[in-house]
Design a protein around this ligand. Structure first.
Ligand code: URP
Ligand code: ZN
Ligand code: ZN
Length: 462
């Protein structure tokens, strides 16, 4: 099948060019002027006045994740449908190692979740919760499983949290194995004490989720992770960075030449602890870890996206219905499942406040949401750009068609939208994944089970 897209403005992290583009099968075949005069296609799409962007890549998602006595409400089908409508065409989810389990088993468990459901291409990071000698040896063989990144949690005491011995051993092994280490950086020991103290003192409302996870607990853990990675000579990627001191720790390490990288997520750019204090338990809709911070932190993160201190915007998509799931914590904030629905909103809200409101260029938007994630996680240039030979993962983005974010119209399997009522002055109108037209206007054309596992290569760092 050949698809010719005419008269679009192709935007990559490096260039903005007006050209035609031919997709042949799953890949971009040709880019150039007046291709309609020279090639035959089965389908022609007129993209006059529209942008052609590389499909979004979300490197931090939790589809179908068991958490807090329930399971994240988007699975690998519903999450992919939502993602596609928002312009995202690939993602990397976390296979989480159970205690005593091999990494191979953890990855196979996550394959089972995705098999037969996926519509988009997807990969896995593996989150290590139990580092023994066999697991150390497996880190050296992760590439055989198509995996080139591990994650360690410095929070969630008694569940996922690891100690500094584990952290440092993992850094050493990952670095010699061509694997990048991702860190959830909050001091879980301190948080555990603060949560118990708050409960004992009779504080049960959602806002206490934020008050017991102070910004210093994130700044300390981020600095510790970055410094220990520096000693080990290991590339490190801080996930969901939320606040200015943690940002400064990463920026300092970068300035010193360290392979230190960080993402933030849209929720940390728009919302604050005040959202967790909304009345009638509504604050539970914003409960995730780390928590929302302050307006000053929002601004610091926008600055980090523009300056290069931050490298990527992912989502940490981990949705739970307000009714029946978030409500598990009505009596106690520490029983509220942690996580937010974001996968479908990421590109639209970041475009609106980032590009439309003049905080950074459209090229930088592409870099943050697609190109850098592809490079850092071993997918580039197959994914993350528009070049002859790349997978034809593309979004036709109409900058003159506005829409409003809403739970009434989103496709994620969840009963609320964090950006309810926000007007976006652009719309992803058509979305291609490996040449297949997945979204055409309001219509979903993708087929359940047609997504493929992405075997990722060595991260491009340094
Ligand atoms: O609250 C969150 N972020 N839930 C998902 C697990 C994690 O920490 O990334
Ligand atoms: Zn996390
Ligand atoms: Zn996460």
């Amino acid at each position: 099948m050949k698809t010719l897209i005419t008269n679009g403005t192709i935007v990559t992290a490096a260039d903005t060019v007006q050209a035609d583009l031919l997709i042949d099968g799953e890949r971009v075949a040709l880019i150039g002027p007046d291709l309609a005069d020279r090639v035959q296609a089965d389908r022609t799409v007129d993209a006059t006045g529209k942008y052609l962007l590389p499909g979004g890549i979300d490197v931090h998602t939790h589809l179908d994740l068991p958490f807090g006595g329930t399971v994240a409400s988007d699975d690998f089908y519903t999450g992919h449908v939502g993602a596609a409508f928002g312009g995202t065409t690939s993602h990397v989810d976390f296979a989480i190692q159970g205690k005593g389990e091999s990494l191979h088993q953890a990855i196979m468990n996550w394959h089972e979740r995705a098999d037969g459901k996926a519509v988009l291409d997807y990969g896995f990071h593996v989150a290590i919760t139990d580092l023994n000698d066999q697991v150390m040896e497996e880190i050296g063989r992760l590439h055989e499983y198509g995996v080139s990144s591990i994650k360690l949690f410095l929070a969630y005491k008694g569940l996922f949290q690891v100690d500094d011995t584990t952290l440092f051993r993992a850094f050493l092994k990952a670095s010699e194995s061509g694997v990048i280490t991702m860190i959830h950086a909050e001091n879980g020991d301190v948080i555990d004490i603060l949560v118990k103290k708050a409960i004992a003192e009779g504080h049960f409302e959602p806002v206490w989720h934020a008050l017991t996870r102070p910004p210093q607990a994130e700044a300390e853990a981020t600095n510790r992770a970055v410094q220990l990675a520096g000693i080990a000579g290991a590339p490190v990627y801080i996930v969901h960075l939320t606040q200015r001191d943690a940002l400064a720790a990463v920026a300092r390490a970068k300035a010193a030449g360290q392979m230190a990288y960080a993402e933030t997520c849209p929720q940390y750019l728009f919302f604050t602890v005040d959202d967790l204090a909304r009345p009638d338990f509504e604050g539970a809709k914003w409960v995730c870890s780390p928590p929302m911070r302050s307006r000053e932190d929002n601004e610091a993160l926008w600055g980090g996206l523009a300056s290069g201190a931050l490298d990527a915007v992912a989502t940490d998509h981990c949705p739970f219905f307000f009714k029946g799931q978030k409500e598990l914590g009505r009596e106690r904030f520490d029983k509220i499942p942690n996580g937010l629905p974001v996968i479908e909103d990421r590109l639209p809200v970041l475009y609106q406040a980032g590009v439309q409101e003049g905080r950074f260029s459209l090229n930088r938007f592409v870099e943050l949401t697609s190109t850098n994630p592809a490079k850092l996680f071993g997918m580039y240039p197959r994914k993350g750009t528009i070049l002859p030979g790349s997978d034809a993962d593309m979004v036709i983005w109409d900058p003159n068609r506005s829409h409003v974010r809403s739970a009434a119209t989103h496709h994620m399997n969840v009963d609320y939208n964090l950006w309810e009522g926000m007007e976006i002055q652009a719309t992803p109108v058509q979305v291609f994944s490996r040449g297949r037209l997945l979204v055409d206007g309001g219509q979903f054309l993708g087929q359940e089970g047609s997504g493929r596992f992405l075997e990722r290569g060595t991260p491009q760092v340094g």
